[in-house]
Design a protein around this ligand. Structure first.
Ligand code: 2IP
Ligand code: CA
Length: 367
């Protein structure tokens, strides 16, 4: 496959995923399914998983379907956060996937939507819709051949699911950072080289990037990058200005916060993908997470963006034993079938090597 065709397909899939996320929140029938708190007997006890997971799974399976149709052979190397197998309380399983026609997909979805014909039809029509996307000229000229068998894909269909369900509108601070709200939601599709484990491309879409007061609708925003065999391209324009600020998870430990405060101002926000992108966009210099609550599907796509800008992501392990940034290897993305094998033991995401060195110094004894 040609690199430009692969990127066009990733962009189309991510934009369609963002459209599904927006429709799930805009269509009242679907929204009720999404936000209803399923307690006790009201819970749709036909299926253990609930609609929140179904929205995730539908986007993931749509991306898998569309990429596999365009690039035969890729399907066995497309990985996602969610399992697409829904089991009911009688142990009956329904594998959620796109069928050859919208009609067949709708009837399958009705099975996991408790017979809700309207919801099943709305979702199926959106999942099967052809979306045309405009691809940046710089990408159109990338005619390099990429071997399908060399590439793996990680999908995070809806990152920051909690903010997606809450549905609040966040307020950006002076640096453009939203600490919580729909703006923190991202659809992440990252591609990596199976041999080296390194990211080669990433497409990140914010379905709810900004609210259009005229049309009373959410506008989406897209960030893409390529870092493949010497080609570094991104929709983000490089900028050298350091903010001397770091973004962290709201659940970060006091000890890590105290050490980072030696050199940086700290902000917190929801969304692992959103935080890594905040570093790539230059809202902050980096993102630090000291615990293994992040996964390869969260990191792969925005990691490609940082790499294309001269930054990167290294694991946050044994940081006090490190004597220099050069000792650290980038996070790698080969799929692991081991339990917990696709989690990442904490991250340091950085815009430049200088920022990485400054972050490491915060943790060195005595500095
Ligand atoms: C979550 C989501 C959370 C993040 C967690 C991710 O992904 O990005 O926001 O926690 O690490 O796994 P935090 O907000 O503390 O950074 P998902 O929403 O897809 O489960
Ligand atoms: Ca996630």
């Amino acid at each position: 496959m040609l690199l430009c065709d692969f990127m066009a397909a990733l962009i189309a899939a991510a934009e369609k995923g963002a459209k599904v996320a927006k429709i799930v929140r805009a269509e009242n029938t679907l929204l009720q399914l999404l936000v209803q708190e399923k307690e006790g007997k009201e819970k749709n006890d036909r299926f253990i998983q609930d609609f929140k997971t179904l929205a995730d799974v539908l986007i993931q399976e749509m991306v898998r379907h569309d990429l596999s149709l365009k690039f035969p052979g890729l399907e066995e190397n497309v990985y996602g956060e969610e399992s697409n197998c829904f089991t009911n309380t009688d142990g009956k399983s329904v594998v959620v996937q796109l069928c050859p026609t919208p009609k067949e997909t709708a009837s399958l979805l009705k099975e996991v939507l408790d017979g809700n014909e309207k919801a099943a039809t709305i979702l199926s029509e959106t999942l099967h819709e052809q979306v045309d996307v405009s691809v940046d000229e710089a990408l159109q000229s990338q005619q390099q051949e990429v071997a399908v068998e060399d590439v793996g894909v990680w999908i995070d269909p809806i990152d920051s699911t909690a903010q997606f369900i809450r549905g609040q509108t966040g307020a950006p601070n002076n640096d453009g950072i939203v600490d919580e709200g729909l703006q923190c939601v991202t659809v992440l599709i990252g591609a990596f080289d199976k041999q080296s484990g390194q990211p080669i491309a990433g497409v990140c879409v914010q379905p709810f990037a900004s609210w259009d007061t005229e049309t009373q609708q959410w506008l989406h925003d897209k960030t893409w990058s390529v870092c493949y065999k010497g080609v570094s391209l991104s929709s983000v324009k490089p900028s050298s200005s350091n903010k001397h600020s770091i973004i962290i998870s709201s659940s970060e430990s006091d000890d890590v916060k105290q050490k980072l405060s030696r050199k940086f101002t700290l902000y917190s926000a929801a969304g692992a993908g959103y935080k890594i992108l905040s570093a790539a966009w230059g809202h902050v210099d980096g993102y630090v997470l000291s615990r293994p609550t992040i996964y390869k599907w969260d990191c792969c796509a925005p990691h490609a963006v940082l790499l294309s800008l001269g930054g990167g992501i290294v694991p946050f392990t044994d940081i006090d034993l490190i004597h220099g940034a050069d000792q650290l290897n980038q996070v790698q993305y080969q799929f692991s079938s081991n339990e917990g094998g696709n989690s990442v033991p904490g991250v340091i995401a950085y815009r430049s090597k200088d920022v990485l060195s400054d972050i490491i110094q915060c943790f060195q004894n005595g500095t």
